[in-house]
Design a protein around this ligand. Structure first.
Ligand SMILES: Cc1cc2nc3c(=O)[nH]c(=O)nc-3n(C[C@H](O)[C@H](O)[C@H](O)COP(=O)(O)OP(=O)(O)OC[C@H]3O[C@@H](n4cnc5c(N)ncnc54)[C@H](O)[C@@H]3O)c2cc1C
Length: 495
């Protein structure tokens, strides 16, 4: 707990801890040291520009390391969605294989996840990255009676595909009607993995941080990518930026929705060597230890961001589900990922020279590495695996209508419910402005509209941010954009 006291950023009414840059801290960056950051400081020209330095971007850079490339990140590397992941490296992903329905595609998806695990562990071994990689069993359990039959189907699918299933009770107390496990899966420390990649890559290629790409223009056979001050000309652009900051050419809002989950980090006495997920994917846990202690990471209450949310309630539910003692909880934060209608990611070319890797359905440790491999192989004009099932241009047309509905709901919903009682007493919305009053009675005023597509923002009481329910841009209480797709801040200057 010393790191919390020392930094003195513990808010009175919430366990959300922020560092001095205003970023929400997670279990993975709690001991992070300050370091010098290099911003783009001139116009440059490269063969390939990678936008985004999370697991997708830096792993792509690793595969392309001998070419003329550069990486940019709007913030610091590893400080996007990857920072708040639970970091299980597993092919046991809830009931994904039976949800995919088409058995041939499900089989390929399973194979792709196993390949990605192999790729990731190979990189870690080759570069000797000290990232707490550990082989631990992955358990799956039916958390309701209704889940038993579908879970048996999932087990049969895995058995039919030569997965060595082990029968066994869950190693911890939670309501479970059936469970099994596999023992060839891993956990690791995602930021230490990215630190290892960064330290290796920075000797070979430029990596610019605090460099946000705001616009991309096609000129002749190249793309000109404009940041705040300078631009980068590139023949190939890899969009590894999680939710893209532009609408055209991919129209992602019509092909996906955003899912938000809530995490509590609890100090515990004993380290347990397993990770676990419920068959409906709603409960998930793993352990982590370092020199400061042993921690249990507990995740639950996942929901589509377009439905009304009450963060305080969701965090309380996680505490109840995992029977956590309030005294031991040291951090709480939420995280969002992009979900796709067919449970498989969008990876590959969206236009000549433009590649995308996203829509990992909360399984980015494997799918981010898979995207890196597929995209780098495409750029190198090598034979590509899994091109058909992950093709970003595949037809998800039927499901599009559901997503249009959910986008509209999140666009209109907050407009109707704003200013109602579920906002805390020190937050209100007036004349299109969001007003937060802090404990010194200072007013922090922001525009209440997301600059991305105009959705009204919702105040997130626990993490003290303004959140977009449509595509999950986030802003701090003074309007600084913490997470895209918004390219702009929402600060309001009083005159
Ligand atoms: C609650 C939760 C738990 C999860 N647990 C697991 C797990 O146990 N196992 C697993 O496999 N997966 C898990 N995931 C999924 C996984 O964390 C994500 O899919 C993955 O981290 C996404 O990585 P990324 O590199 O694509 O995106 P990010 O890590 O978000 O990286 C994108 C980067 O792009 C930068 N960027 C954005 N816009 C711009 C711009 N305009 N210009 C420049 N840079 C830009 C950002 O600053 C960011 O650093 C979980 C997800 C959630 C939500």
């Amino acid at each position: 707990m010393n790191f919390l006291k020392k930094k003195n950023f513990l808010y009175k009414h919430c366990l959300c801890v922020k560092n001095k840059n205003g970023d929400i801290m997670s279990i993975w960056n709690k001991d992070e040291k300050d370091r010098k950051i290099k911003q783009l400081d001139q116009n440059i020209s490269v063969d390939t520009l990678i936008i985004g330095a999370g697991i997708t971007g830096l792993t792509t850079a690793y595969y392309l390391k001998t070419s003329n490339i550069c990486v940019v990140d709007a913030s610091r590397y590893g400080h996007g969605v990857t920072l708040n992941t639970t970091a299980k490296i597993t092919y046991l992903q809830g009931r994904v294989y039976t949800k995919i329905k088409d058995a041939k595609k499900a089989k390929l998806y399973l194979q792709s996840q196993k390949d990605a695990m192999q790729e990731l562990t190979n990189i870690i071994k080759t570069l000797k990255i000290d990232c707490d990689l550990e082989c631990v069993p992955s358990y799956i359990f039916a958390n309701t009676k209704k889940e038993v039959e579908p879970l048996i189907k999932e087990k049969n699918f895995l058995k039919d595909n030569h997965i060595n299933i082990k029968e066994g009770q869950l190693p911890f107390k939670i309501t479970s009607y059936k469970s099994f496990y596999v023992d060839d899966t891993f956990i690791f420390h995602p930021l230490k993995y990215l630190n290892g990649l960064y330290n290796f890559l920075i000797k070979k290629i430029p990596i610019y941080e605090n460099t946000k790409i705001l616009k991309i223009e096609k000129k002749d056979n190249s793309y000109i990518c404009y940041s705040q001050k300078y631009h980068i000309t590139a023949k190939n652009v890899v969009l590894a930026c999680h939710y893209p900051f532009f609408l055209y050419p991919f129209f992602l809002p019509l092909k996906s929705y955003m899912e938000k989950s809530y995490m509590l980090i609890s100090k515990v006495n004993n380290y347990s060597k397993y990770n676990c997920i419920s068959s409906d994917g709603t409960y998930s846990t793993r352990f982590y230890k370092d020199k400061t202690g042993i921690y249990q990471i507990c995740l639950s209450e996942s929901h589509n961001t377009s439905v009304k949310q009450n963060d305080a309630y969701h965090f309380k539910r996680v505490k109840q589900i995992f029977k956590l003692n309030k005294k031991n909880i040291i951090m709480q934060y939420s995280n969002v990922d992009i979900m796709t209608p067919d449970y498989m990611p969008y990876i590959g070319k969206i236009k000549d020279g433009m590649y995308i890797g996203l829509g990992y359905n909360t399984w980015g440790m494997t799918n981010g590495v898979l995207a890196a491999k597929i995209i780098s192989d495409s750029i190198k004009e090598k034979k590509i695996s899994y091109q058909n099932i992950f093709n970003p241009k595949r037809n998800n047309f039927f499901k599009m209508f559901i997503y249009i509905g959910s986008q509209l709901k999140s666009y209109i919903g907050p407009k109707i419910i704003k200013n109602k009682s579920w906002y805390p007493h020190n937050v209100y919305i007036k004349d299109g402005l969001g007003i937060y009053i802090d404990s010194h009675l200072k007013k922090h005023i922001v525009y209440n509209k997301c600059p991305h597509l105009g959705c009204s923002l919702i105040f997130n009481e626990k993490e003290q941010t303004w959140d977009c329910p449509c595509h999950t841009s986030r802003f701090d209480i003074d309007g600084k954009c913490l997470k895209g797709p918004s390219k702009y801040d929402i600060s309001y200057k009083q005159v």
